[in-house]
Structure formats: C-alpha cells, structure tokens
Design a protein around this ligand. Structure first.
Ligand code: KIV
Ligand code: ZN
Length: 514
C-alpha cells in the first residue's frame, strides 16, 4: 500500500488573509463542512487569538466537524496558545499550530529576539500547547530565509519537546523547486528524531511556484502539504489544494502516494469558496477553471472525440465537473428541498429559515425551470443573513435603460421594518440601483469590488454578483443571485450593507497580529 500524503487546508486561515476575503462564522462553517465532505485531513479553521470573531469561528468549526482534525494557529506566546487551546476544545480531533520566525531578518527586525530566545520560546510554546492536545504542529516562519543550521537546532528541540508535525514554510514565496527539495531533504537527514514526526511544507505563490515547490518538498520526504482552495491566501496566495491533490493522483507513478481526498468534491468546494470570498476563479486555472477541460482547437476536439486520453490527462467528472445534475423543479416539495440542501451540506438552522429559503426557491423555479446544485448554493448564500441581521430587504425594483438616455432605477426597500421607495439616475442601471439604495442606507461605504458570474450555462442562468464594501476598517462581501443581473446586483449590495450593519467580524487584515 502506498504512503499517505496529509492534506492540511488553510483556506479559513491563510486564505482568509487575502485582502477582502474575510468570512463570517457561518460562511466558515459552510466551507468547513465542504472540506470535511472532501475528506481533508486537517482544517486550519482560523487564528483564535486574532479576535473574538476568529475565536468563535474556530470554536464553531471544532464543535461541528467530526471527520477532519480542526486546527487553530497561534503565535509562540502563552496567551495565543491558551486561546487556541480553548477554541479547539470541542473538536473530535484538535490540533494547535504554533509558529515563530527563525530567519535573521524576522528575528532581528520584527521579533527583536536573539536566536537563543527564539529557541527557548519555541520549546515553551510546544509545552503550553501539549496541555490541550497531543497533536501539536510547529512552524518556523520564513524558513526559506533561515539559516539551515539554526533550523536544525530549533526543529531538534521542538521535536524533543513533543511537536508531532514540523512545518517548513516558504513564507515569502522566494524558493525554487530544486532548492526547496534540497532544504527538506537536508532537514530530514540532519534533524535527530526526524523519522518520528510528519514533515510538512507551506508555500506561498509570489513567484508562481507554490505548487511546484510543495511537490518538490513531497519528493524529498514531506508528508503533509498546507494548501488552500483556489490557491487563496496572503498576497499571491498559497499552493492550491486542487492542483496538489490532482498532481499526486494523476502522477501516482512519480509520487507513489495517496491522499484521502474525495476529488469529486473539488469543483463544488472551489465554487463555494469563490462565491463566499468574492474571488472569481480565472477561466484557465488548472483543474477548477471553466476552461480546464474545454478543447478549442479542431485537432484537439477531433482527438478527444476519437479517444479522450489523446488530450486529457484527467477526467472532468473525477474532479466534480458535470455533476450539476438537475436536482429540483417547480413541483418539488419542501422535504425534497430540505433533503437536497442536506446533501449539499447546507444546514438550515430553523423552520423559519427553511420557509424563507423554500419560498425563494419556488420563486426561482418559476423563472428558471432547471434548478442545479449551483443554483441552490447561490440561493442559500442569498439567504445567509439571519432575519435579525436583515436590516434592509429588497421588495421590488424597476430599471429603465435605453440607448441615448440616462439609466434610471426605482427601488423599494424595507428599512428597519419600514418600506421606502427611492429613485436615482446613474451611469448605468447598476450604478443607478446602487445610488438609489444608498439614498436610504446612507452608508457611505467604499465599493471595492463588483463582479458578476453566470452560475450555470445558458442565457437563463442566474447571474451571481459579489459586492465588496469597506467602511471604518471593515470589509465585507455581499452576494446576490437572480436571473436578472440588475436585481442580483441590488441584492448583493443590500446583503453587504446588512453585513456591515450586523455584528460581522472585522477584516482580519486590520487586526491580525501576524
Ligand atoms: O506563511 C507562513 O509562514 C504562515 C505560517 C504561520 C505557517 O502562514
Ligand atoms: Zn502562509
């Protein structure tokens, strides 16, 4: 039997450090359930000490997830580690991931600590973490620019202290594959007790080599890869989970390793993360891009029709494409609707929420006869604001847009229980609708992002809109879906406004102590 490669997903932690990708507790829970369904080994659910919101999110994931290990990041400080330990307490299997920087530039300029102090702090940190769980991971931040002899020293000592996983991060995305493999090989050869722990790699994508570097480390003996859905993450992102998993699987002849991942859940996970964070997936992105399995040239099409393997090394259906089977229609009942949501891992918290969602489903089924899983995902994102948080609600709208005329929108909203109708002109119908909504909300929030995507194919597809708003250091993403993209845009704007007004947590970029 081949050896296992552990897949450690950090979409909810490093992924959330992408500018504007902050997620609410409920959004994190939805992604965590999908990661569990995909059979990810470890879910890094957040950084518990970063804020109360982060603590609550990690704790909620720890309470919910049963089949994956739930992990919290913690700096190498007693207070961070105790906060992480409390957050993961309810987990069926919980891990604390503690880290401290080991490169001269970080130790001197950021930590202002001597190498001896760093080693002592690392050892103490592992000890504090062990009070909560025996599953302790240690990372040497900026290992890529750290002195190899110093890394050997730190890792030797944290292994003696009880760390079970040793993570070697390329924090700044500086390495190249041959160098990264050599570093991993040397560490495994030189660190006493190396064979008693799992070696892990965590690569950033600043030079576009995160996946290549991670796989090079795997060839050199790493047995855990830290990665994110769609390669989301700080700056240029992290190694992308889907590429790592499919490379190891497709090139089993090279790697000789197995993962536990159910690859058919990859595309649904990619879509969910893209919807929630508002980060679209580029069409030519490996595995999960819309064109990843599209053949344009006549020669290629001819080849694929004759024998698929002429131009395809993976099967689209193996990674979850084409699974958007027709699920429900106009005549489907409440129980079928509830059961399908269940299958998709969407938990409806109350009968009242189910009723609201079911009414929205019926309305959609009237406009669009074929309802796919993606439509249901979008519909439930629309309904993700709880009634208590729903300060504004769209009642009706009309837009007028004609060549040579200034577009005009009239929007009827419920504002804290009272109905108001407002009208505005704008440079386009979306602009007019947003201006009209602002006349009621007066949020003065800055619009950071507006994006539209078709959820499924065909001109009757729903348009899914993401609106990212910033105000007073907070950044929120609002989503809206509708067969009419102007209505979808208004819903997304209102959804973002409700999140701004609600008790959503702050953007982690603004408060994270990393
Ligand atoms: O990039 C990095 O070094 C990290 C660590 C906290 C593992 O994200
Ligand atoms: Zn990182």
């Amino acid at each position: 039997m081949s050896e296992r490669l552990i897949i450690f997903d950090t979409t909810l932690r490093d992924g959330e450090q992408s500018p504007g990708a902050s997620m609410t507790r409920d959004e994190k829970l939805r992604i965590a359930r999908q990661l569990e369904r995909m059979r990810v080994d470890v879910i890094e659910a957040g950084f518990a000490a970063a804020s109360n919101g982060d603590f609550e999110s990690v704790r909620a994931v720890a309470e919910t997830i049963r089949e994956s290990t739930v992990c919290s990041l913690a700096r190498a400080s007693e207070s961070d580690i105790r906060r992480a330990g409390e957050a993961i307490k309810p987990a069926a299997s919980g891990r604390i991931h503690t880290f401290i920087a080991t490169s001269p530039i970080h130790m001197e300029k950021k930590l202002r600590m001597t190498p001896d102090q760093v080693v002592a702090q690392a050892i103490k940190s592992v000890g504090w973490a062990l009070e909560y769980t025996d599953d302790v991971e240690f990372s040497a931040e900026d290992a890529v620019r750290s002195d190899i002899d110093f890394l050997v020293r730190v890792f030797t000592d944290v292994i003696k202290a009880g760390a079970r996983t040793i993570n070697v991060p390329d924090t700044v995305g500086y390495s190249v594959p041959a160098q990264w493999a050599e570093r991993m090989k040397q560490l495994i050869e030189r660190v006493p007790g190396a064979d008693t722990v799992i070696w892990s790699t965590h690569c950033h994508n600043d030079l576009g080599m995160a996946v290549a570097n991670s796989l090079a480390a795997v060839m050199a003996g790493a047995r855990q890869v830290e990665c994110t859905i769609n390669g989301l993450g700080e700056r240029a992102g992290n190694a992308s989970l889907e590429e790592i998993v499919m490379a190891v699987r497709t090139r089993r002849d090279v790697f000789g390793l197995e993962t536990r991942i159910d690859a058919t859940q990859i595309v649904p996970a990619s879509r969910l993360v893209s919807t929630i964070t508002g980060y679209p997936v580029q069409p030519n992105k490996a595995v999960v891009g819309a064109n990843a399995f599209a053949h344009e040239s006549g020669i290629h099409q001819d080849g694929v029709l004759k024998h698929r393997e002429t131009y395809e090394i993976m099967r689209a259906e193996d990674v979850g494409w084409n699974t958007n089977k027709l699920v429900l229609g106009k005549h489907s009942g409440r129980n079928a609707f509830r059961a399908r949501l269940n299958d998709l891992g969407i938990v409806v918290e109350s009968e009242e929420q189910l009723n609201v969602a079911f009414a929205a489903f019926k309305e959609l089924a009237d406009k669009k006869h074929e309802i796919f899983d993606e439509d249901l995902q979008a519909l439930m994102s629309d309904e993700s604001v709880t009634p208590e948080e729903e300060l504004y609600k769209l009642v009706a709208m009309s837009v007028r847009s004609e060549t040579g005329e200034t577009p005009h929108a009239a929007v009827t909203l419920i504002d804290a229980g009272r109905e108001a109708t407002v009208e505005s002109k704008g440079s386009g119908p979306v602009d007019a609708a947003f201006r009209a909504i602002e006349m009621v909300a007066a949020s003065k929030a800055e619009l950071l992002l507006y994006s539209v995507n078709a959820i499924t194919t065909g001109t009757d597809a729903q348009g899914e809109v993401t609106v990212r708003l910033a105000k007073g250091g907070r950044i929120v993403n609002g989503q809206g879906a509708d067969t009419d993209i102007i209505v979808a845009s208004a819903k997304a704007y209102i959804n973002a406004l409700n999140k701004l007004r609600g008790g959503q947590k702050l953007n982690p970029q603004g408060e994270s102590p990393i």
